[in-house]
Design a binder for this molecule. Structure first.
Ligand SMILES: [Zn+2]
Length: 455
C-alpha cells in the first residue's frame, strides 16, 4: 500500500492532521532559504524600465548558456556540432542559432540534460505532464524553487494579496477519498492557510455543501483550475449564494473569456491571470491594469510565429542550473501584443494565452472532471495522450507509447486513472501511432464531442 492509499483510509480528523503536516513541510521548503530575498529582488525590478530589464535578462542568459555548455553533455555536443561557442549567445535574439528543443528530445535523453556541476547532490525532482500529457521528471535546485515562488508572489502582491490570507483551494490533489459520499468534501491545511476542496466530488448535488463551507470560512481568496472555479461560480449564481471574495487566482489551464465572465458575475471580481509551468522556461503575470506581462527577469521567452495568429511559447529557464533547457517548446500558444501598458511595468505584453484550453470530461452522475493530465504525470514512457469523450460517463484514452513501454506501465496507468476518476466513469485505453493536431498545430489533451447540453 502506498502512502496515498494509507492516507485515504484514515478518518477525516487524521487526514486533516496529515494535510497540515504536509502543508507545514511545503511552507518551509517553499518560503525558507532565499525566498524573502528573491521576492524583494523581484519586487524592486517591477519599477525598472524596459531597457534595464532586457539588459538584466540577457546578462543572466549569457551566464546560463556558458554554464550549460561547460557542464551539460547535451549542450556541449550541440554547440560543438553547430560550431558555436557560448560567446555566440549574448542576447535573446542570438538564441535563433539553436534548434528548438522538444519535450520528446528531453524525455529521450533526460540524463544528458543534467548538469555535471550537480553530480552526486541530492536534488528535488519535479514532475510535469504539461499540455501534451507526456510525463517528464527533472531535478531542480532549492534556489530555483525559491525564485519561482518569488516571481509567483510578486504578481499576487501587485494585487494586494498577501501570504497570510486564507485560501479556498480547488486544485488537482485528491485529498478526499472518492468513495466518500457525504461532506466534508474538504480538508484543512492550517500552516499553509488553505481549505483544500476536492474537485472530484463537485456536482449539482454536492455544491450547496461546498458553498456553505466557503461562506462559513470567511476566506476572501479562491485559487484553482479555471474549469473548476467556473463550475463553482455557475452554481453560486444558480443558488444565489454571495461570498465575500476579493481575489481569484487560477493556474494550470488558460482562463477562457466566457469563464472570466461567469466568475466575475458570481463573485464580483475578475480572476487574476497567470501563466507558468514547472520547467520554469516562461512566466507571464497579469498586472492590476489587466496587462499580461512577460516576467523578463525570470526566463528568456521567445514567441515564434505559428500557423494561426497565435505564437508558440519557447523559453529558456535561466533559474535552474541543474537542468538547463534552452529554447524549450512548452507546447502552448500565446498572442504577443505591441501595446504599451499604462502601469509602466517593463515586461512585454501578450494579448492572450491560447494554450492549455483543456475541456472537462463528464461522469455518469454529471460531475465534471478537469485537469486529468495528472494521470500521466509519472508515465515517462507515454509520449502523447489524448482523452476523447463522445458520451457522458465514458472516455477513450489514446496513447502513443515510447520505447520500452510494457505491461507494468499499462497497469500503473490503469491504476492512476481509476484513482482519479473513480467508478463513475468507464474508460478504455487505445494505442495509436500518432494523435492528430488541431488546425493551429496544437495537441489537445481532451477532445470532447458532447453536445453543449450533455456537457
Ligand atoms: Zn501592466
Amino acid at each position: 500500500m502506498d502512502l496515498e492509499q494509507l492516507y485515504l483510509r484514515l478518518p477525516t480528523r487524521l487526514q486533516n492532521v496529515v494535510v497540515s503536516a504536509q502543508g507545514y513541510r511545503i511552507q518551509r521548503s517553499r518560503y525558507g532559504g532565499a525566498f524573502q530575498d528573491q521576492l524583494a529582488g523581484y519586487e524592486s525590478r517591477s519599477s525598472w524600465d524596459r531597457e534595464r530589464i532586457i539588459e538584466y535578462r540577457d546578462r543572466r542568459l549569457q551566464a546560463f548558456v556558458r554554464h550549460a555548455v561547460e557542464t551539460v553533455p547535451y549542450y556541449r555536443d550541440l554547440f560543438s556540432r553547430l560550431n558555436l561557442t557560448a560567446d555566440d549567445i549574448r542576447r535573446l535574439e542570438d538564441l535563433e542559432q539553436l534548434p528548438v528543443l522538444t519535450k520528446q528530445t528531453v524525455q529521450q535523453q533526460v540524463d544528458r540534460f543534467r548538469s555535471e556541476a550537480y553530480r552526486g547532490q541530492s536534488l528535488q525532482m519535479h514532475h510535469t505532464s504539461g499540455s501534451t500529457g507526456a510525463g517528464l521528471q527533472f531535478p531542480v535546485t532549492l534556489e530555483s524553487q525559491h525564485e519561482q515562488w518569488g516571481v509567483w508572489w510578486r504578481y499576487r502582491r501587485w494585487h494586494g494579496l498577501h501570504r497570510d490570507e486564507w485560501c479556498l483551494y480547488f486544485g488537482g490533489r485528491s485529498v478526499v477519498p472518492l468513495s466518500q459520499r457525504r461532506p466534508p468534501y474538504w480538508r484543512t491545511n492550517r500552516p499553509g492557510r488553505q481549505l483544500m476542496f476536492s474537485a472530484y466530488h463537485l456536482s449539482d448535488q454536492t455544491i450547496a455543501d461546498y458553498l456553505a463551507e466557503m461562506k462559513r470560512s470567511g476566506a476572501r481568496w479562491i485559487h484553482g483550475y479555471p474549469s473548476v472555479v467556473t463550475f463553482v461560480a455557475e452554481q453560486a449564481l444558480r443558488l444565489g449564494v454571495k461570498l465575500p471574495i476579493r481575489w481569484i487566482t487560477t493556474g494550470a489551464e488558460s482562463l477562457l473569456p466566457h469563464q472570466k465572465q461567469i466568475v466575475r458575475r458570481a463573485f464580483g471580481v475578475s480572476p487574476i491571470e497567470h501563466y507558468g509551468m514547472a520547467e520554469g522556461v516562461a512566466n507571464i503575470s497579469e498586472c492590476p491594469h489587466g496587462g499580461l506581462h512577460v516576467d523578463e527577469d525570470y526566463a528568456a521567452v521567445e514567441f515564434l510565429p505559428g500557423t494561426s495568429g497565435a505564437a508558440r511559447v519557447i523559453g529558456t529557464n535561466f533559474t535552474n542550473p541543474a537542468f538547463p533547457l534552452l529554447r524549450y517548446d512548452v507546447g502552448d500558444l500565446a498572442t504577443p501584443s505591441s501595446d504599451v501598458c499604462p502601469c509602466g511595468r517593463p515586461g512585454r505584453l501578450v494579448a492572450c494565452i491560447d494554450g492549455r484550453q483543456e475541456d472537462c470530461v463528464v461522469t455518469r452522475s454529471g460531475c465534471r472532471l478537469g485537469r486529468l493530465d495528472h494521470i500521466f504525470k509519472d508515465c515517462v514512457r507515454v509520449r502523447e495522450a489524448q482523452i476523447r469523450q463522445n458520451q457522458p460517463g465514458h472516455v477513450t484514452i489514446w496513447i502513443v507509447t515510447a520505447e520500452g513501454y510494457g505491461r507494468a506501465d499499462e497497469e500503473a496507468l490503469t491504476r492512476e486513472i481509476v484513482k482519479r476518476v473513480g467508478d463513475d466513469l468507464t474508460f478504455e485505453i487505445e494505442h495509436v501511432d500518432s494523435i492528430p493536431r488541431t488546425r493551429s498545430g496544437k495537441l489537445r489533451f481532451v477532445v470532447s464531442n458532447l453536445s453543449a447540453e450533455a456537457a
